[in-house]
Each structure stands twice: as structure tokens, then as C-alpha cells.
Write a protein that binds this ligand. Structure first.
Ligand SMILES: [Zn+2]
Length: 183
């Protein structure tokens, strides 16, 4: 992949990669690289390279990004569920309790979260939905905390009181409790 990454978007014939690979491997390890052809074929099979024609491969950097953004494979989902004991990690309910289990990205895909088992968790449909929505209310709570602090420092009692009322609604409903508001 190192060779292909250094040569993006170019149609590369098999021997060119093999020559580089065997030479580089010998330089770095002092050993002979066995069966480089198989290694290259495997990269294409895994979808990391585009097979342009027989013995010609191309590396597309965008393809790699897309691949990393992809959803979990079925095998990964199975592994995550098994690890989590086939239960929602928040409420502990199982399918037998009449809920649907889903696999959630702990770090979301659009924030660079990868489709790796360590970044997956089992959630029931309800908690998966709530997690997504509570992410949005979280920035709201942070905003009102900042505004509350600003009003306090400027001695604007009315604005301070307004922010306090909003923040009390968060606290009463136990929403985003991990974002601490110091009254
Ligand atoms: Zn749940």
C-alpha cells in the first residue's frame, strides 16, 4: 500500500510494484519477500486497489476514504453483538424483550469514526435514536451555559435568569447530564 499511496491515480503494471517491493523488503529486513503477486492480488480483492486489467492496478485515495467510512460488515456486527452479550449497552434489553438491536458507531462516521469492532456498540433502536438526538441537544446546553456565564459576568440578571430556566429544564429531564452547569 505504501507504494500505491505514493503513486495515486496511476495505472501500475505488476512488475513495477514487484520490483520495488522485493528491493525495499530486502533493504529493510534483509530477507526475501515471498510471493509478492499474491499480496497485491489480495489488496485488490479487499477492495483497496482497483484492478484495471489483468496485472494492472490503480490506487484511488478517495476509494480508501470511502472504504473507511463504510458501515460495519455483517461479521463485525456479529462480533460486536456477541461481545456486548446481545444486549443494548444502555438499558440491557435483548431481542427476547421485543426490541430491535442495532450497531452504533461510538465515534460517528462523519467525525472520523471508523468501521472497526472497537468503535461499535450494541444499542436498542430507542437508545440509538436518542443518542443521535441528544448529540444535538448537547451543543444547545453548552451554548446556554456560555450565555449564562456571560450574562452573569455582565450582571444581566434578566438574561441570566432566562438561561437558568432553560438549563433547569435540561436538569429536570436528565438530558446531557455529563455536561456540567455550575450555577
Ligand atoms: Zn436500550
Amino acid at each position: 500500500m505504501e507504494f500505491f499511496r505514493a503513486n495515486p491515480g496511476r495505472d501500475i503494471k505488476h512488475p513495477e510494484v514487484v520490483d520495488w517491493l522485493t528491493e525495499e523488503y530486502r533493504k529493510r529486513t534483509g530477507k526475501v519477500f515471498r510471493d509478492p503477486d499474491r499480496g497485491i492480488r489480495k489488496l485488490a480483492q479487499e477492495g483497496r486497489l482497483i484492478k484495471v486489467a489483468k496485472g494492472i492496478y490503480r490506487y484511488d485515495p478517495e476509494l480508501e476514504v470511502k472504504r473507511e467510512l463504510e458501515d460495519f460488515t455483517q461479521a463485525q456486527k456479529d462480533e460486536i453483538m456477541k461481545r456486548d452479550g446481545y444486549r443494548c449497552v444502555i438499558c440491557g434489553r435483548r431481542r427476547e424483550d421485543g426490541i430491535e438491536l442495532q450497531i452504533d458507531h461510538i465515534v460517528p462516521k462523519d467525525q472520523g469514526g471508523k468501521a472497526e469492532v472497537s468503535n461499535g456498540e450494541t444499542l436498542c433502536a430507542q437508545h440509538n435514536f436518542q443518542k443521535k438526538n441528544y448529540k444535538q441537544t448537547e451543543s444547545g446546553k453548552r451554548f446556554f451555559i456560555r450565555l449564562y456565564e456571560a450574562a452573569k459576568s455582565k450582571n444581566d440578571k434578566q438574561l441570566q435568569d432566562f438561561c437558568a430556566q432553560v438549563l433547569e429544564v435540561y436538569e429536570r429531564n436528565n438530558v446531557n447530564g455529563h455536561v456540567i452547569w455550575n450555577k
